[in-house]
Design a binder for this molecule. Structure first.
Ligand SMILES: [Zn+2]
Length: 308
């Protein structure tokens, strides 16, 4: 079976102010890096309000839509901006991850990557933040259970920033176990090990600014994977942010592209053993364009190698 790849040109119409790190060019360099990759390519369908409201109140969804101006950009906070195309772009992320779940569960693909923007893991139940509008990965996880009948899933977030939005959206859901590693101290400031979810279903792994990819992989092996395995998941979701890379301008960690290969390899091996190889990954951060392109290509190579 192939690896499925979901994206959409509408995601190029989410235009941020000049100099903003979460820029249109991120998707363009990913497209170039994957131009020759052996992938089953799909246009991400437009998400529905029904899908978005798996995680957000309906009035929040309509508020985001109404906030998008006819021209120019407006700021929802110091980091998070919307333009005319932002709602549709974000809804391609929602629809893309739900379609990716369908593709994997229907046996059309072994695993999938959604390369959409804006990213999602900082969006809380009623608060857009950190470049994010809708909690894409949490929506995918809830869709897999509410609409496709899965019993339990896990989400692993290796973006350098804490997935505070995902944590907020899954906090009360014992069917979802969420593991997030993040540099600390770093924005948004949450993600302490003491934040464990209402059902002991959240695992936070704060990383010292000097931590290496090897440190993260040791923590997966010794602490995180045993707990994720005990959850007996049907599917693994990955919030794939590549801003822990040494070249990234937004953080201090010094992961290498090879370490993203190794991290992805560990995650796919976990999924092979515990989830029938079912993996749905979605793009989060990563702001140095060459490092992002190389890291996504490395991530995809591993997904491909596990697609049987
Ligand atoms: Zn990030």
């Amino acid at each position: 079976m192939p690896t499925a790849y979901f994206t959409h040109t509408d995601c190029l119409d989410h235009i941020t102010p000049d100099g903003h790190p979460e820029q249109v060019a991120r998707l363009r360099v990913i497209e170039q890096a994957l131009a020759d990759a052996d992938l089953a390519r799909f246009n991400a369908p437009l998400g529905t309000v029904e899908q978005a409201t798996l995680c957000h109140p309906a009035d929040y969804v309509s508020k985001i839509q109404a906030a998008c101006p006819d021209q120019g950009t407006i700021s929802l906070d110091g980091d998070t901006h919307v333009c005319q195309g932002s709602y549709t772009a974000a809804m391609r992320g929602v629809g893309g991850i739900c379609a990716a779940v369908d593709t994997v569960l229907d046996g059309t693909a072994q695993n999938a990557l959604c390369a959409t923007r804006p990213p999602g893991h900082h969006a809380e139940t009623q608060t857009p933040m950190g470049f994010c509008l809708f909690g894409t990965v949490a929506i995918g996880a809830k869709y897999a259970m509410e609409m496709r009948g899965l019993s339990r899933v896990v989400i692993v977030d290796f973006d350098v920033h804490h997935g505070n939005g995902t944590q907020d959206l899954v906090w009360n859901d014992p069917r979802i176990m969420f593991a997030s590693s993040q540099q600390m101290p770093l924005w948004p400031g949450s993600g302490y090990a003491s934040e464990t979810g209402a059902h002991d279903n959240v695992i936070n792994l704060p990383l010292d600014p000097n931590a290496t990819g090897a440190d993260l992989m040791d923590a997966y092996t010794n602490d995180i994977f045993p707990r994720l395995a005990a959850h007996k998941p049907d599917m693994l979701f990955i919030s794939a942010g590549f801003d822990a890379h040494a070249d990234d301008p937004l953080a201090n960690l010094n992961f290498t592209t090879d370490e993203f290969t190794q991290i992805t390899e560990m995650l796919c091996a976990f999924a092979d053993t515990h989830c029938g190889g079912r993996v749905v990954s979605t793009l989060e951060g990563g702001y140095d364009l060459p490092a992002l392109a190389d890291s996504v290509a490395a991530h995809v190579n591993v997904l491909r190698s596990h697609a049987k």
